[in-house]
Design a protein around this ligand. Structure first.
Ligand SMILES: Cc1cc2nc3c(=O)[nH]c(=O)nc-3n(C[C@H](O)[C@H](O)[C@H](O)COP(=O)(O)O)c2cc1C
Length: 167
């Protein structure tokens, strides 16, 4: 089995999760590649794709990547977000990610909180559409933390088992 872990990350949170996933998976072959540098996709049996939640959704670059994956690709999605883990604001973004392409086989999703710089939060909170998540994001300092990364590793192993057993 050959696995690709790819991610988009502006401030390093999603990259940390990507590296934890990469370290946790035990496959014959594996690669971790920033999303802009992915060259060949057909070779992989499973693709882990990570993104930071932006504006309750998936950043356009990642949306484009997911939409372009070959039919039947087994995909595990992961993301980081400032809002509460499992909260409606984050769930909305994952729901969107899952529904980008009906031709994919989505194995599962994993999300955890990711800190947002105070200066960025202050600037974003000036717009009413950011108020809800940015207010929650004040509690995301220190994330992703060790527990988040351990959860990400467990998620990764589960996804590999699923990829192996799903026909
Ligand atoms: C422009 C911008 C928009 C964001 N929008 C959201 C959002 O809608 N909901 C949310 O929970 N977090 C939002 N965040 C917070 C990021 O998702 C979070 O900090 C994430 O961990 C950043 O990941 P990165 O370091 O990999 O870029 C936003 C951050 C930025 C910079």
């Amino acid at each position: 089995m050959k696995a690709l872990v790819t991610y988009f990350s502006q401030t390093g949170n999603t990259e940390k999760v990507a590296r934890a996933i990469y370290d946790a998976i035990e496959t014959a072959e594996k690669d971790v590649v920033e999303i802009s540098n992915v060259q060949e996709i057909d070779d992989y049996d499973v693709v882990f794709c990570g993104f930071p939640v932006h504006a309750h959704s998936v950043p356009p670059k990642v949306e484009f990547f997911i939409a372009g994956l070959p039919e039947g690709t087994k995909v595990a999605l992961f993301g980081t977000h400032g809002s509460l883990r499992g909260g409606e604001l984050a769930v909305q973004a994952f729901y969107h990610a899952i529904t980008i392409s009906p031709k994919l086989r989505i194995l599962g999703t994993f999300g955890c909180r990711g800190k947002v710089k105070h200066s960025i939060l202050e600037a974003l909170m000036k717009k009413p559409e950011n108020l809800a998540w940015a207010t929650e994001a004040q509690g995301a300092a220190g994330h992703p933390d060790r527990a988040d990364l351990e959860d990400a590793a467990r998620f990764a192993r589960t996804m590999i088992t699923k990829a192996r057993t799903l026909k």
